[in-house]
Design a protein around this ligand. Structure first.
Ligand code: GTR
Length: 515
């Protein structure tokens, strides 16, 4: 098949159940809306009466309404019940951003470009043709249209800043290492936090991923240094004046499962993504993107209208924040190649959500990553853009103008024109194992679109004699599938959980022959 048509609408039982689920969800939304309307009205009435009781006119209000004192108390109680009802009805169990399409029957017809047809029309039939011709073409398509071109790799320097051989109750060695991203001590830095299992025979395989809230948030260990970078303020007190506080210690521990990873014999390496670039539209001004710029295309003239989220003279295919974060992951890998206790040939890169997009882009560009894992990465990550289900290209470019290159904005509401889709990003991992994970309540990230990306990358894995996903239908909840391409849809929300980690560790156990 030279062109991959959109998947059939109805025949699959999985799809039918999904549509039914969407309809039920829509009905539930309407009921909730009407109920909210009624309860708000009831509150207005009750508040009118009981508020008067608060300004000393209880008797007056009660007598005017010919109500007895118990009746006034009753109204107060009724008001409280109403407030409770509003709270209950306001809890949106799906918690999906409004205004997006969550209805499978409204997914437009779309055509996916075939990863196995070269730009010159040749059909790619062998692994070597893939490696020599097609892989590079697809990588370029993503550079030009989605994530932008990154600068050449720098030569890093690094310095260990702390070490403890008896961390995690003696189970692990903990190290902190500052990486000088441009090799200069007065240039941008990234602080790595490393846990290495003490029991396993070294060098050990490792998981590497960027974190959202600082290294100190990954585990409750009080000796981990607080993140030094800009962080978004948080009302819970974990970040004030854009600086990390002790209140954030261990805040993301459930997402990292440090002890579990160590017990299974793997090292865990992480850094805060805001070290590399603060995650806001002006972040490029203080990030690595302010000091490292990819070469300008020949004859390039900056556009009259400065791009959003990028330097004013940025080329339309110059890297965005995701490119910068992925660059950071590659520099972390440069360090791991020099870390004697870690087996650099067995490093899995992983990330959640925007950092899942980042892990995929890092894995696509840098083949040193032996396994690539995308956790709930959604739009611009594992999900097919052309489905326009949940978050869309326009929505992501509007909310996060700094994530992608300027050219990606050409596809706002225009996904049909994209000369690629995210199944081609997954295919860039071949023949390395790749894992795509979704969550059932995370419709914003389009679980089905994530599954289909994994599925449509399979022909490339087949070139290498690998089975790939090995199933044709989306599996049920909590039923992991796949061989070299893994996939699961977990119950629950947009998050990284112990369940997700269990699958990633199993995948690594299957593919990494531990020494
Ligand atoms: C959302 C964004 C998603 C996803 C997520 C996250 O707001 O729309 O694409 O990346 O953030 O990173 O948590």
């Amino acid at each position: 098949m030279s062109i991959l048509a959109s998947p059939p609408r109805n025949p699959s039982a999985v799809l039918a159940t999904e549509i039914a689920k969407n309809k039920t969800a829509a009905l539930a939304r309407h009921v909730r809306f009407i109920a909210q309307g009624f309860t708000h009205l009831a509150i207005e009435v009750a508040t009118f009466v009981s508020l008067r009781s608060h300004d000393g006119c209880v008797v007056d209000a009660a007598s005017r309404l010919e109500l007895s004192r118990p009746a006034v108390y009753g109204l107060g109680m009724w008001r409280s019940i109403c407030i409770l009802l509003v709270v209950v009805f306001s809890i949106d169990t799906e918690a999906q951003p409004a205004g997006a399409n969550y209805d499978e029957s409204k997914v437009p017809e779309y055509i996916l470009p075939d990863p196995l047809i070269g730009l010159d029309g040749t059909t790619i039939k062998t692994a070597s043709q893939w490696q020599k011709q097609r892989r590079g073409e697809i990588l370029k398509l993503f550079e030009s249209n989605v994530y932008g071109r990154s600068p050449e790799a720098t030569k890093i320097r690094f310095k260990q800043t702390s070490g403890e051989t008896k961390a995690l109750g003696g189970k692990a060695t903990r190290r902190e290492v500052t990486v000088f991203l441009t090799g200069k001590e007065d240039g941008p830095t990234m602080d790595l936090l490393i846990f290495i299992p003490n029991k396993a025979k070294r060098p050990v395989p490792a998981f590497l991923g960027l974190n959202f809230a600082g290294n100190h948030a990954v585990d409750t260990d009080p000796w981990i240094s607080l993140a030094r970078c800009w962080l978004p303020n948080n009302r819970d007190g974990s970040v004030t004046n854009n600086r990390a506080t002790d209140a954030g210690r261990g805040k993301e521990a459930s997402r990292w499962q440090v002890e579990k990873v160590i017990d299974r014999g793997y090292a865990l390496v992480t850094a805060c993504y805001c070290d590399i670039e603060p995650d806001h539209a002006e972040g490029y001004k203080t990030s690595i993107r302010s000091v490292l710029r990819p070469e300008k295309p020949k004859g390039f003239n900056p556009s009259a209208e400065p791009p959003k989220g990028a330097p004013a003279d940025a080329a339309p295919d110059e890297w965005g924040a995701i490119g910068a974060w992925a660059f950071g992951l590659s520099r972390a890998m440069d360090y791991l190649e020099q870390e004697k206790d870690i087996d650099e040939k067995h490093v899995a890169v992983l990330g959640h959500s925007r950092l899942g997009k980042t892990a995929l882009w890092a894995g696509a560009q840098d083949e040193r990553f032996a396994i690539v894992i995308s956790n709930d990465s959604g739009e611009g990550g594992a999900a097919l853009s052309k489905r326009r289900f949940g978050e869309t290209v326009e929505r992501i470019n509007t909310s996060f103008p700094h994530w992608f290159c300027t050219n990606f904005k050409k596809y706002n509401n225009n996904e049909g024109e994209l000369p690629l889709d995210q199944h081609m990003l997954i295919s860039l991992m071949a023949p390395r194992p790749v894992y795509v994970a979704s969550a059932q309540e995370d419709l914003w990230a389009d679980p089905k679109g994530e599954f289909l990306s994994a599925k449509h990358a399979e022909p490339v894995y087949k070139l290498f004699g690998l089975e790939g996903l090995g199933v044709s239908e989306m599996p049920g909840t909590n039923q992991p599938v796949g061989k070299t391409i893994g996939y699961h849809i977990r119950s629950g929300k947009h998050d990284v959980t112990e369940y997700d980690w269990e699958q990633y560790l199993n995948l690594a156990d299957r593919h990494f022959v531990k020494k």
